[in-house]
Design a protein around this ligand. Structure first.
Ligand code: ARG
Length: 402
């Protein structure tokens, strides 16, 4: 038997690598997908072999992640429950796709992943695998199946001399370029404030610069293309923004999240670039899209965000929504100016070639070309529904008298 395993190099996937090999007398092919997590990939490869893999793949998917997944999250202003920029969720689709591609190329009989039975990731990975793989390729989820505690995993790893790091941080962290999710330890108490050491990009107040900083993002068709006048690939822009915005203390999210399976969890994230890019994109949309388009788009955004959160990236509804949103985003080109200061990002200006904000119409100065008298008849008729009952009563009185 040959099994392709999505391998992060952490305790879970290291333990299941060996477990799968022993349980199925299988040949294990490990697959590590780089979506911007700060890892020594050489070490991960060594660890995979030490855990029993016979072949290892490293896939650098950083640019693809930015261009095909993160860019969509920006176009959709995608924040699940209004807060979470879907960083982990989006990455799972790319990881599952690469895993399936390699499994097919290697002629594997099964694929395996390290998701637990409590989270959303199992749904995202397995729905995508079902989309990419033929039905006869088995999907194995040993962490969910074994239901071991961390201590049991550590014991298994020590017994077999697997290469694990015991001095890992006290939190469980999932990181990619679009955000960091931090869970576990004291954060499981929703009343406890996250300590500053939990964050990597976002700095504590004691180190915030005195001076505020200005930043200009340029968008083309809804996607950021330049930062302060420099055109740079989206991935690089995000990496730079995480540092620059984080230095001013901006980018923490702390909310109670509803998982697909119905559990509530306390989620702490840092995502400075994601929050600022979505905020500025939304601001630009407001100057170029008609009000009715904005209001309708917000319905599509909510549906998209829920599909992506819930594992249904490959759903035909998402493809249909994409057509609508791509059409609307055609006009979303322009610039947004932001000020970073002491823990916040404030939008301070926006401009666009196709701006529907027309000063000559809105101004109260003598330059106005809007003739206010035009509104007189419109305004009288606008209240029609409110007047109908009164008019009816008046008519009835007349009929009675007459
Ligand atoms: N709650 C978020 C989500 O479901 C983040 C989960 C973090 N995942 C993880 N494997 N640590 O997308």
């Amino acid at each position: 038997m040959r099994i392709a395993l999505a391998y992060s190099g952490g305790l879970d996937t290291t333990v299941i690598c060996r477990w799968l090999k022993e349980r199925y007398s299988a040949e294990i092919i490990t697959v590590t997908v780089d979506v911007g997590q700060p890892t020594d990939f050489k070490r991960i490869e060594e660890r995979a072999y030490a855990a029993g893999a016979s072949k290892h793949y490293y896939v650098d998917a950083r640019d693809r992640f930015a261009e095909e997944f993160v860019s969509k999250d920006i176009m959709y202003n995608g924040l699940y429950e209004g807060e979470y920029p879907l960083s982990t969720a989006l990455s799972r689709y790319l990881i599952a796709e690469e895993l399936a591609r390699i499994a097919l190329r290697e002629g594997c009989d099964a694929v395996a992943h390290g998701c637990t039975g409590k989270g959303n990731d199992q749904l995202r990975i397995e729905a995508s695998l079902a989309y990419f793989l033929p039905e006869d390729v088995r999907v194995l989820a040993p962490v969910r199946e074994l239901n071991w505690s961390r201590d049991e995993e550590v014991r298994y790893a020590l017994d077999r001399k697997l290469p694990i790091e015991l001095k890992e941080s006290r939190w469980s962290i999932d990181e990619n370029l679009w955000g960091r999710s931090i869970t576990g330890s004291e954060l499981e108490d929703p009343w406890t404030e996250p300590p500053w050491e939990a964050f990597k990009w976002v700095k504590p107040p004691s180190s915030w610069p005195e001076e505020s900083e200005e930043l200009v993002i340029e968008f083309e068709r809804g996607v950021p293309v330049a930062l302060d006048g420099r055109r740079i690939p989206l991935r690089r822009m995000i990496e730079e923004l995480n540092e620059r915005l984080g230095a001013h203390g901006y980018g923490v999210i702390d909310h109670i999240e509803d998982r697909v399976i119905g559990l509530k969890s306390r989620e702490v994230y840092e995502a400075p670039a994601a929050l600022a890019l979505i905020k500025s994109h939304l601001d630009l949309e407001k100057i170029v899209l008609a009000g009715r388009c904005l209001r309708f788009k917000s319905l599509a955004e909510r549906e998209w965000t829920e599909l992506v959160y819930a594992g249904l990236w490959h759903h035909p509804l998402r493809e249909a929504l994409d057509k609508l949103v791509e059409e609307l985003e055609k006009d979303v080109s322009g610039e947004v100016r932001m000020i970073l200061e002491r823990g916040s990002v404030r939008i301070a200006g926006r401009r666009a070639e196709k701006s529907l904000y027309l000063k000559r119409l809105i101004t109260y100065s003598s330059e106005s070309i809007f003739d206010q008298k035009d509104s007189e008849g419109f305004s009288r008729i606008w209240g029609m529904e409110l007047r109908l009952r009164k008019l009816r009563e008046k008519l009835n009185r007349k009929l009675k008298k007459g």
